[in-house]
Design a protein around this ligand. Sequence first.
Ligand SMILES: Cc1cc2nc3c(=O)[nH]c(=O)nc-3n(C[C@H](O)[C@H](O)[C@H](O)COP(=O)(O)OP(=O)(O)OC[C@H]3O[C@@H](n4cnc5c(N)ncnc54)[C@H](O)[C@@H]3O)c2cc1C
Length: 318
Amino acid sequence: MRIIDRPELKKLSTLKLGGRGARLYLADSCSDLDELARIWPEIAKGSAFVLGRGSNVLFGDGELDLVLIKWTGRESVKILSENSEGEVFVDVPASLSLPRFLGWCIKKGLSGLEGLAGIPGTVGGAVAMNAGSHGVEIGSRLEKVKAWSPEQGVFWAGKEDMHITYRNFKFRAQSTEKAQPFVPPYFIILGAVLRLGKDDSGVIKKRIATWYERKKNTQPVLQATAGCVFKNPPFSTIAQAQGSAPATNNISAGWLLDQAGLRGKQLGGVGFSALHANFLVNYGQGTSSQALELIELARDKVNKKWGITLEMEVKVVP
Ligand SMILES: Cc1cc2nc3c(=O)[nH]c(=O)nc-3n(C[C@H](O)[C@H](O)[C@H](O)COP(=O)(O)OP(=O)(O)OC[C@H]3O[C@@H](n4cnc5c(N)ncnc54)[C@H](O)[C@@H]3O)c2cc1C
């Protein structure tokens, strides 16, 4: 297995922030996974994090006692079967980048995920986050997941074994060979079987281009960011909000941040984007401490103004 000591975390995150981790394990085969299982007790003594492309991650500054594990297996996408409704089942490796996978979908005339255009993560990271955009969530297309955990080794999970909610994916308790219900605390997604529709390649390409254009016009996709910092609050939270709660159910975290004066707010080299208030941008010389300070400021302001506690979407690691 490839091992990198003291990896530079900013190079592993699209926000380009962070100090150094302790170790990065790059696993790409079953024997690497066996090796990980063998050394897991040692790894689990400190902080461990399964990394995709790092497009939803804020790493801390300084020297961190943090072990990163990344699945880099290089299988190709496989078309498995088609059902009576003309839907096609495809087996997609977790390490494949989502934009590349969408490119493959264009070539094969397979549709359903066009709304995810411009999300820069891996397929594994998209599944782990139930990434979504423009009314599409990858979880709605998920049939099966192939994963690995130190306790179970490699396993397959069907829809009944998954619990998928807004920007969240978990395995449900399932029976292992020992007939024990089990939810792995750590798991690596190795691949996913997705159900896609069929359409004309040109039409799919056009839809992807349209969604990407819309994203580029409303989000700082070409800058160093990690996507939305906060999740959109659930309607129930908004309804219960004290004081001057917004009079609509369609409230995004971006709108709340904007109203609380955070759009364009900068601290040192980091700031909330002027294009989209829920995106933190590293302007080049930022630090994680500045980003965390801004996050706290934003939560505080939104809480004071609306009585809403924003929940993080970006993973702060460790
Ligand atoms: C410009 C920009 C735009 C974005 N737009 C959107 C958007 O519209 N919608 C949206 O949902 N997100 C968006 N994001 C956020 C991000 O791209 C997605 O959450 C993406 O799915 C994360 O994938 P990743 O591979 O980078 O995962 P990482 O950021 O590396 O990790 C994210 C989480 O997934 C877990 N994870 C990653 N890979 C695996 C794996 N193989 N097995 C198990 N767990 C894993 C990590 O442990 C972590 O908890 C955007 C980000 C950027 C920078």
